[in-house]
Design a protein around this ligand. Structure first.
Ligand SMILES: Cc1cc2nc3c(=O)[nH]c(=O)nc-3n(C[C@H](O)[C@H](O)[C@H](O)COP(=O)(O)OP(=O)(O)OC[C@H]3O[C@@H](n4cnc5c(N)ncnc54)[C@H](O)[C@@H]3O)c2cc1C
Length: 532
């Protein structure tokens, strides 16, 4: 058993921001599944939304966010995030992030602001088209210098340690699989933070990295913490369609610079579909592509920026241009084949405005948390913003309550692990098969366009698979693959159950049999809690 003041599960922007902010106040252990940089953060291309110059305003950014969220945003959360945007950008720069700059008309140097779908102004602060990598690298470098912080790579959090204290149930740390040494370790901590990112791996096609199996949501749910709005999964309209390359995103910023979507016939997909055409919110664009593909039988669509000045395209998107060139696609002169893919989890672990969950001692930050900022649909580039702003608030709150938490938990917890030891399932095919089935089931039955019948069928099939996986979990040693499979089954089930509760169409959740928005019955969050 190990102990720390703060244990942070996840080394993306949310976990690192939290760790850097609390590092001066106690021992911090950051647990991360694979390499420290393997995260969605590292893949973010577009940038971070923040109001940094006139005539843009907080009011306009708030309005754009609320419009995208279709009535379900928590206005307070939106106001906090937007108004803290400039300070968040400053803080990232203090930690070493270098954002792209340009010379303005009066000769001064300012941020080179990008424009993205749903934003009424240019307000995306970016580092070329590798914003996430620049941020991740800077934060890891800043953290690496801190003597109070330890980074545990190749450690997979299994479940939370929930303890009974005189004041009631509380989180006392986390059980972790040490992949290199094949053993299960308990990390006891006064404050536990879930910063585990999204759940794109629940779906067959996704822009997310392999770590994104919704582990934080699954762990919190098993510990009795309410989970909100899981039906709102954002599908990014433009993931590269390629026979071998998975998960390569073509940033929304490409449409911001003038790219248009076309069917294989050359017809423009977004013409007449929405007043903002190709810069319409992502859900509208993803559905339009899905509909075109289903109607024509085409396997993909095209994203075309070949009419824009090639030098500007190369300067603005060096990473995308180079990657595509390696694959034989010259985006400056030919269209890019694209498909929609699962991209972002708008729902997640219920938290308050300080990111406290209902379980004392447990915080959740970043994509795994539901602060209420995104409502029924996330505005592009608002997630890096949310992660920095709310992780800093969480850190402030955790520092303030550290002494109380220490006192409440008392001496170190019982370190006994009542599950199986580390190892592997003898018949790996059982894991591989179920992994494929779950992801295919979610894509085909619980994807961009849904209906009640498919959701009910998906729920029944998922229950059967979950039973088999639970059986494997109870009988065999724990491995990373088994843990992820167990989590994607549970998260898939939470998405299905939430989707079935919302008998309307709103934002990212589109039901063929309930195509209208119904404010009378559904202007509220969907909440699922594990029965005691
Ligand atoms: C391709 C792509 C492009 C994007 N572009 C943008 C953009 O331009 N702007 C924007 O605002 N947003 C963008 N997003 C979304 C944004 O990147 C993410 O929402 C954000 O980075 C999430 O940060 P996070 O810290 O919550 O999670 P992540 O960065 O995903 O980090 C999660 C961490 O948790 C760890 N982890 C997970 N489970 C476990 C476990 N069981 N045990 C131990 N560790 C675990 C992982 O290893 C990882 O370190 C993009 C996302 C993708 C996929």
């Amino acid at each position: 058993m190990e102990s720390a003041d703060f244990v942070v599960v996840g080394s993306g922007i949310a976990g690192l921001t939290f760790a850097l902010t609390v590092a001066g106040r106690g021992r911090v252990i950051v647990i991360t599944k694979k390499d420290d940089a393997e995260s969605a953060t590292n893949m973010a291309q577009g940038g971070i939304a923040a109001v940094t110059r006139d005539p843009d305003s907080f009011e306009k950014h708030i309005e754009d966010t609320l419009t995208a969220g279709v009535g379900l945003c928590n206005r307070e959360a939106v106001g906090i995030a937007v108004r803290s945007g400039p300070a968040a950008v400053e803080r990232l720069m203090e930690w070493g992030t270098r954002f792209s700059r340009t010379e303005s008309s009066d000769g001064s140097i300012a941020f080179d602001l990008g424009r993205e779908g749903g934003h009424s102004d240019r307000r995306i602060v970016h580092a070329s088209d590798m914003t996430g990598r620049e941020i991740e690298t800077a934060l890891l470098r800043a953290l690496g210098r801190h003597p109070n912080v330890e980074m545990w790579e190749d450690h997979v959090a299994i479940d939370l340690v929930v303890r009974d204290t005189p004041a009631g149930r509380a989180c006392g740390g986390v059980r972790v699989l040490d992949v290199e040494r094949d053993r299960v370790v308990t990390v006891a901590a006064s404050v536990t933070v879930l910063a585990t990112g999204g759940a794109g791996k629940v779906y067959l096609y996704t822009t997310n990295p392999d770590i994104a199996s919704g582990d934080g949501v699954a762990m919190a749910y098993r510990a009795g913490v309410p989970i909100r709005n899981m039906e709102f999964i954002q599908f990014h309209p433009t993931c590269l369609y390629h026979p071998t390359v998975k998960s390569f995103l073509i940033s929304e910023a490409v449409r911001g610079e003038g790219a248009v979507l076309r069917g294989l016939s050359g017809r423009r997909i977004m013409e007449g579909q929405h007043p903002r055409e190709d810069l319409a919110p992502r859900d509208v664009v993803a559905r339009a592509i899905d509909k075109t593909m289903k109607t024509t039988g085409d396997k993909h669509a095209y994203l075309d920026i070949s009419h824009v000045d090639a030098a500007r395209v190369r300067e603005r998107f060096p990473n995308i241009v180079t990657r595509l060139a390696e694959l034989g696609i010259d985006m400056t002169s030919e269209p890019i084949p694209v498909v929609p893919a699962a991209h972002y989890l708008c729902g997640g672990i219920e938290v308050d405005l300080e990111c406290r969950t209902t379980l004392p001692g447990l915080y959740a930050v970043g994509e795994t948390a539901h602060t209420g900022m995104h409502g029924a649909n996330r505005l592009a580039s608002n997630s890096l913003l949310e992660a920095v702003v709310f992780s800093r608030r969480a850190a402030g709150s955790a520092i303030a309550e550290l002494d109380d938490r220490r006192a409440a938990l008392g001496p170190a917890p019982d370190p006994a692990w009542h599950g199986n030891e580390a190892g592997s399932v003898p018949e790996g095919v059982l894991l591989d098969y179920n992994w494929d089935v779950v992801r295919r089931l979610m894509w085909d039955y619980v994807g961009i366009v849904r209906n009640e019948r498919r959701l009910v069928l998906a729920g029944a099939r998922m229950a059967g698979i979950a039973e088999e996986v639970d059986d494997l979990f109870s009988r065999y040693p724990v491995s990373g693959d088994l843990l992820e499979l167990r989590n994607i089954c549970l998260v898939g089930d939470l998405i299905i159950r939430s989707a079935l509760e919302r008998k309307e169409s709103r934002g990212l959740h589109f039901m063929e049999d309930f195509p209208e928005r119904d404010d009378e019955h559904f202007l509220s969050d969907t909440v699922v809690v594990r029965n005691a």
